[in-house]
Design a protein around this ligand. Structure first.
Ligand code: GLN
Length: 542
């Protein structure tokens, strides 16, 4: 029978429930158990696809094309689980499904209510991940205990234990133990309150994971244990990590987390094998080079907007024993101050995906600078479209070239709307989404990186390279080195007459893992390391 772990959060948001859930998943997997991960987001949007990165951070895309919360990125990076749309539900989706059932008459004249109809729908979403092959389903409840929005989810997980038996469920509550400088003390009261709130609705947490900037003393742990009604060995400290998020599983192991879960749920677990993970951390801690990569985007100041990109850069850096200093550069700052001033001295430029006109000219100018100065360049989605616009204007000689997303009347629409998008008016879930196969040109940089000519990567876009211009670009040295299987859709462009200039219509960052860096990121960072070394040799700008 599949067992269930529910992860809730208290006191404040942004405590790292996603990372903790992912780490627990990883540890159980390393003990030989089959796990599934899932997140409930209490907002009413059907998915985060229509939300601004300022509100929500990155939209993480799965193979099946679902647009999901960025915590699913942590799940995929920490574990080898296959995530699908069953791994992320929002309040919006739950209600939509219940309302659709009501319209179909499935409730047979009954009054449709939060309890039982909404809570049943939530419980079904949890059970959907049960199967003979799955030992444990880990379900993270987004938001903070006490929020009005999360109440139906908490009620549903309370009922769930009643349905399947308490012995098959484990409640883990992540909480904050703040340090008050004035009192020179760690404070446990907010945790007592948030556990109190959980208990009021009938959930007694089994394990408390305490986020803290300082280690908890034995006395502090016993106080938390007493007031929150948990055994002292179930008070797990999770101190802030200065170095890397990939340390979280290690610190959970140090405090006995995996053993505790295995014991409490009676799981048929094997020995913990963390050899690869330890190696990875060792390599991360002992880099041999330090390089700087500029990421020029519209949301430079927002840490979460390009989450998977920063992670993928780190994975590739670790593989090359390079510490990556990411310079987050606002594309509008490039417009104001010029690419030369902001980008001189960087070892690589990455222009990520995005939507809307703001900052576009800054991105185009940044690409021009990297192309002209021979700085390794990786363009992703909108980043590829900017590279095509830049090449059109400055090399092919197509004055005023643009994407029709930004200039409907451009004389040279080198990027234009995908045919399949022409009659679409709804914004939600209607882009070209998810995993799509592509074929690579032999001996291209792309094929060299992937070491294969058939790939599959995840997409999220409405615009594409305009095929009417293929010839002119090829004649002037920009090659199409990857296309959809029918050859119609441009997936990758390269400039062979440049040390490393490659841009892709898809999002390679979503499939990068710490122990298996994404091939294009690895190639890009390899080129940036070389660029750095060459710069040191000439002894110029550094
Ligand atoms: N706005 C562009 C498009 O829709 C790029 C999308 C992206 O970068 N994800 O095609």
């Amino acid at each position: 029978m599949t067992k269930h772990i529910f992860v809730t959060g208290g006191v404040v948001s942004s405590l790292g429930k996603g990372l903790t859930s992912a780490s627990i998943g990883m540890l159980l997997q390393q003990r030989g158990l089959a796990i599934r991960l899932q997140k409930f987001d209490p907002y009413i949007n059907v998915d985060p696809g229509t939300m601004s990165p300022y509100q929500h951070g990155e939209v993480y895309v799965l193979d099946d094309g679902s647009e999901t919360d960025l915590d699913l990125g942590h799940y995929e990076r920490f574990t080898n689980t296959h995530l699908t749309r069953d791994s992320n539900y929002t309040t919006g989706q739950i209600y939509q499904s219940v309302i659709n059932k009501e319209r179909r008459g499935e409730f047979l004249g009954k009054t449709v209510q939060v309890i039982p109809h909404i809570t049943n729908e939530i419980k079904q979403a949890i059970s959907k991940l049960d199967s003979d092959e799955v030992d444990v389903v880990i379900t993270e409840i987004g938001g903070t205990v006490g929020d009005i929005e999360s109440q139906p989810f908490l009620e549903a997980i309370r009922q769930f234990a009643l349905d399947v038996g308490k012995e098959n469920c484990l409640y883990i509550h992540l909480t904050l133990i703040p340090y008050l400088k004035a009192a020179a003390e760690l404070k446990t009261k907010p945790t007592q309150h948030s556990v109190g709130q959980l208990r009021q609705i009938g959930i007694q947490p089994d394990i408390l994971v305490c986020r803290t900037e300082r280690s908890l003393s034995h006395d502090e742990c016993s106080k938390i244990a007493l007031f929150c009604n948990v055994p002292i060995d179930a008070v797990i400290e999770e101190k802030d990590k200065e170095f890397s998020v990939y340390e979280v599983p290690m610190s959970l192991v140090e405090h006995g987390m995996d053993e505790l879960i295995v014991k409490k749920l009676g799981l048929p677990a094997g020995e913990l094998d963390l050899g690869d993970w330890r190696n990875l951390l060792h390599r991360m801690r002992n880099p041999e080079h330090e390089i700087s990569i500029a990421v020029v985007g519209k949301y430079a100041e927002h840490r979460d907007a390009y989450k998977s990109i920063y992670e993928a850069l780190d994975h590739a850096g670790t593989a090359h024993r390079a510490q990556i200093r990411v310079q987050r550069i606002h594309s509008e700052a490039v417009e104001r101050e010029g690419a030369e001033r902001l980008l001189s001295g960087v070892d690589g430029l990455l222009v990520p995906g995005g939507f809307g006109e703001r900052g576009i000219e800054g991105k185009v100018d940044a690409v021009r600078f990297a192309r002209e100065k021979g700085i390794p360049f990786l363009g992703i989605c909108l980043g590829m479209q900017c590279a095509v616009v830049e090449y059109a204007r400055n090399v092919v000689g197509l004055e005023g070239a643009n994407s029709t997303e930004f200039d409907k009347n451009t004389p040279h629409p080198v990027i234009c709307l995908l045919d399949e998008q022409k009659n679409i008016t709804d914004k939600g879930g209607t882009m070209r989404l998810g995993a799509q196969p592509a074929e690579l040109v032999p001996e291209s940089k792309a094929a060299e990186c992937y070491k294969t000519e058939k790939i599959s990567e995840r997409h999220r876009h409405r615009y594409e390279f305009n095929n009417d211009y293929r010839r002119q670009f090829a004649d002037r040295g920009m090659q199409i080195t990857g296309a959809s299987s029918d050859g119609k859709l441009v997936e990758i462009v390269e400039v062979p007459d440049h040390p490393w200039f490659l841009a892709v219509q898809f999002h390679p960052e979503f499939k990068s893992q710490p122990i298996a860096p994404q091939p294009l990121f690895a190639g890009f960072i390899g080129a940036a390391v070389e660029h750095h070394a060459a710069g040191l040799q000439v002894g110029g700008r550094r």
